[in-house]
Ligand binder design. Sequence first.
Ligand code: HEC
Length: 95
Amino acid sequence: MFYLRHLIFLILPAIAANSLAANIENGKALHDANCVRCHQSEVYTRDNRMVNSYAELHERVRQCEIMAEMAWFEEEIEDVVSYLNETYYKFDRIK
Ligand code: HEC
C-alpha cells in the first residue's frame, strides 16, 4: 500500500503534463478531420476575419461545430479553440 501511494504521486503529474500537451495535438487532429469541409484555414488569417477575441473564437468554433452537427464535448471544442488560437489567432486568453 505504501508503495502504491508513492507510485500515484509519481504518475499523476506525468499524466497532467501529458494531457496538456495533447490538447493542441488533439485539436489539430479534430480540426483537420472535420473543419475544412466548408472553408480552408485561410479564413483564420484573412484580413477581414470575423473573430477578434478568444471569447469570440470559442463562440465561433461552437457555432461551426453545431452547424456541422458533430456533437462534440466541451473538451473537444476547447482543444480545437486552443489549436486555432496557438496556430493562427494568438489572442490573450483573458480577453
Ligand atoms: C457547415 C459548414 C462549416 C463547417 C463544417 C465548419 N465551418 Fe467554420 N465557418 C463556416 C462559415 C459559413 C463561416 C463564415 C465564413 C465567411 O464569412 O466567409 C465560418 C467561419 C469560421 C471561423 C471564423 C473565421 C474568421 O473570419 O475569423 C472559424 C474560427 C471557424 N469557422 C471554425 C470552424 C471550425 C473549428 C470548424 C470545425 C468544428 C468549422 N469551422 C467547420 C462554415 C463551416
